[in-house]
Design a protein. Structure first.
Length: 235
């Protein structure tokens, strides 16, 4: 998460109109994560969560001292980094805390995300003709997207039948939820990069780019997957 925050802020280092307080954003992002995870694991009481909003407001008020032209835009980008990066990593801890399945649901989520990414790429290379959203990602096609969806659904069925037949329904619906979220997450990060004119978010992972390039699908998927697990568990 820390590396992802660093990469996200680095995207804007040469931007003409956005001048982020990246040090403040980075430190507060780490603090939000530490406080939230400490509450989830029971290290501190839940009342500590009340500290999070004042902490964010301190970050916003720092724009008063920075004297930058686009303070509202700067604060908005930092807020986006908290929602886009910090929150999904916190929610992954929550997913893990709620897990009572025979096969770890967080591991299953990652398996289905990677299956979607892999088979969408392969189906697109073999059959891709119709562009999905060319202005954002010229290489993505409807054929690849459909291929990824089909194999993600098959993967969900396989996880259910192999590890716990009683959970087949859960994993099938999980595949239906994860596949489109994975594609949208990939497209969203492509939109960010296109807006700041960069190809990769970083170079820390050879062959994959940066942390954001590797986890773009995951970041968007996590909130929807958590919502589905709650719905399945309590309704």
């Amino acid at each position: 998460m820390a590396l992802g925050l660093f990469e996200f802020y680095k995207l804007f280092q040469d931007h003409k109109n956005i001048e982020i307080n990246w040090v403040g954003g980075f430190l507060i992002g780490i603090l939000l994560y530490v406080v939230s995870v400490s509450v989830l694991y029971g290290f501190v009481k839940a009342h500590a969560l009340y500290l999070l909003i004042p902490i964010l407001f301190i970050l916003y008020s720092s724009e008063l001292l920075r004297k930058k032209q686009n303070s509202l835009l700067n604060a908005g980008v930092v807020s986006l980094s908290m929602l886009y990066l910090v929150v999904p990593f916190i929610l992954m801890i929550q997913i893990n805390q709620n897990d009572s399945n025979s096969f770890p649901i967080l591991a299953g989520m990652f398996c289905l995300i990677w299956m979607n990414d892999t088979f969408a790429y392969l189906a697109g290379r073999l059959f891709g003709k119709t562009k999905l959203i060319e202005r954002i990602s010229p290489n993505k096609t409807w054929e690849g997207t459909i291929g990824g969806f089909i194999f993600t659904l098959i993967g969900g069925i396989a996880i259910g039948f192999i590890f716990d037949i009683s959970q087949v329904y859960f994993w099938v619906i999980s595949g239906i939820v994860i596949a489109p979220c994975s594609v949208i997450g990939d497209l969203l990060e492509s939109l960010f990069k296109r807006n700041v004119n960069v190809k990769d978010s970083g170079g820390i992972l050879p062959g994959h780019g940066g942390i954001l390039d590797r986890f773009d699908s995951t970041l968007f998927t996590v909130p929807f997957f958590l919502a589905w697990t709650y719905f399945y568990t309590y309704f």
